[in-house]
Design a protein around this ligand. Sequence first.
Ligand code: GDP
Ligand code: MN
Length: 382
Amino acid sequence: MDLFEYQGKQYFARFGIPTSPGAVADSVEEAVAKADELGYPVVVKAQVKVGGRGKAGGVKLAANAEEARQHAQAILGMDIKGHVVHRLWIERASDIAKEYYASFTLDRSAKLHLCMVSAKGGVDIEEVAATDPGAIARRHVDPVDGFPLEAAREVVAAAGLDEAAREPAAALLVQLWDCYDQGDCDLAEINPLILTTDGRVHALDAKVSLDDNAAFRHPEWAEFAGTETEDPREKLAKEKGLQYVGLDGEVGIIANGAGLAMSTCDVVEQVGGKPANFLDIGGGANAAQMANALEVINADPKVRAIFINIFGGITRGEEVANGIVEALGRVEIASPIVVRLDGTNAEEGRRILAQVPPERLESRPTMIEAARRAAELARQRA
Ligand code: GDP
Ligand code: MN
């Protein structure tokens, strides 16, 4: 679960990470009232779960109430990369001497945590990584060893942070580790981490992603729920208990098993199609599951064709075929379907599927042929 900046800063505060005093506001009036309380100058910040708010005009300094009003008016309702701003974070403005970068995340390929610090903060870190990779100091962290102050001092020095910032930045980095580790984050990122003109180091931004697998030991995370901006397709899939990930393409995909579902996405891409989703229907693939899966894919307005890719193991081919036929009776499907059914009792399954009119459903004997046909149908119906 991704947090809004203000929630990330609240989370940081639990671990002692310094941030600026601030308050949320959902209207222009509330924004001005909060700004008056905080004292000027303030920063008016769009709360959306997407980066680059500053560049998009979603972060503005206000020297007085009149400016706070103007900025709040302009930013509320603004569309930032498809995210509409419904909430503002107003905070006391900082006098910035330097902008740095600091983060902890999981390096899956190394099977270790990764700490990254850079003296080049405030800008897009992916761009720094691409154009000036030497400007980012990296250090892997073994969860058994943790991240002691000595390690923090070394990273901060390697990153070339200004002398005045090093000790407070190292202390903050240890707190950020505690937040990431004890707080069960997938990502805890501060960009920019600033050195103020009066020599303090604190977090000016917060990007926190919580590890949903750890939710069971964090009842307090409930306060963050409900503010999620979820893909409506993923929401529907979750309600129906399906393993679904929304993608951008036109070919809806249903497969049994996560590995096969991923391969299906790859093969559709390979033949020039674009997958609309990843969907693993699981082992059973019975009529109810198939109907649920078809319903979720049917609700995606971008879908032009559907590719059902089933390899029967324990699930027998005729069960799957009956499931599909029954599901088609329950749900009115807008797109043509291409099925590749193989494995146990596949022939019997294909015989059952042959009863469905070809304009609604076609079978293909192999994965690649089925992918080609689905991609072709999607193109024809674009
Ligand atoms: P992002 O663009 O979504 O990453 O939003 P940030 O919270 O990182 O803000 C973007 C930029 O706005 C920062 O890099 C700063 O340069 C500037 N900014 C944010 N808060 C303040 C502040 O309190 N004072 C000043 N002077 N600039 C700020
Ligand atoms: Mn930022």
